[in-house]
Design a protein around this ligand. Sequence first.
Ligand SMILES: [Zn+2]
Length: 405
Amino acid sequence: MADRFFPNDMPGLVAETTDQTPSIDSLTCLLSLPYSILSAKFQDYAFNLKQSVVRETWGSGGKRVKDYSLYTGALGTAYLLFKAYQVTKDVNDLNLCSEIVKACDSASADSSKVTFICGRAGVCALGAVIAKHSHNERLFDYYLRQFKEIVIPRDSPYELLYGRAGYLWTCSFLNKHIGNNTIPTTHMRSVVDEVIAAGRQLGRKGRCPLMYEWHGKKYWGAAHGLTGIMHVLMDMDLKPDEVEDVKGTLRYMIKNRFPSGNYPSSEGSENDRLVHWCHGAPGVTLTLVKAAKVWGDKEFLQAAEDAGEVVWNRGLLKRVGICHGISGNTYIFLSLYRLTGNEEHLYRAKAFACFLLDRAQNLISEGKMHGGDRPYSLFEGLGGMAYTCLDMVDPQGAKFPGYQL
Ligand SMILES: [Zn+2]
């Protein structure tokens, strides 16, 4: 299979990147390794990278937290350490994770942000899960109580990064990692009611049943728009008419995607440029994979495969991170592989991830790739790359951080 895509058909770096053709010999070598050996390489690489991330985002800053968020801040480093702990069961990772979450707790105490990725909910939820793994009951009770004290401001948006969908995702995260009903369905129901009601108000029956605005724009993507909100709603206990509205919204998006197969970043946009988790086909693929899994409908599976094809054909992004970089796009193929078992998707994930492992840091230091605005962060920088490499150790269990449960 390797020679079908590679080296001749390996997508190049996308236009906005370097025009050089990367040396592919070392990549070819990596890709032809037995998975057990490749997996060990990913693990070694991720562990070295993790040390740098911890040093740069925690140690060198005197262990003080300015940005506590999972997206660009210290909680992202904590989440990376939790992932490392899950791979190796090294309690040092768990303990350091706990220490960082504690600092995030202090730093976010007055925050009114209610989501997992950008808000205090993520701090409390990860804190509770870590405390459970550390068998620290007192701390577990503390974080869970702190989570339950979070009040969603009335003017909160509905999207994933800052809004109600991000709060609901955190509830699902807690129920998944701690146990069903840790956050009761009745509690989530009141928030779901608000999300559905707001979506119907802006949506149009028979066309796109649910629609939302963030900062005056009707976004479609995972971070701020329909894709992320539908993704979260599928984990909720929905009434039959609500299920139909979620399905109808996804169908509307599929029907109105660009002729290229990519998805607009917002309603009416004709700019077919972004192929990121936050905006464009990658985020949509993950949501369609979920729809195919939840409802078993062939139309969603087909649409997910189509969107994955766009991500492969558009090639390698200039950045390495989770949100709008090669790491995030690697998860598209991992997720299609988990859904379908089709080895072709695993091959594509390997191709992207091996490129990260083999080339990315050199290209960044040569100035040919962008190191990210927050270069060590989980969502924009090397933290995300380390996380992805840890997930490549066991692709069957890979989950896009903060999005897939
Ligand atoms: Zn992004």
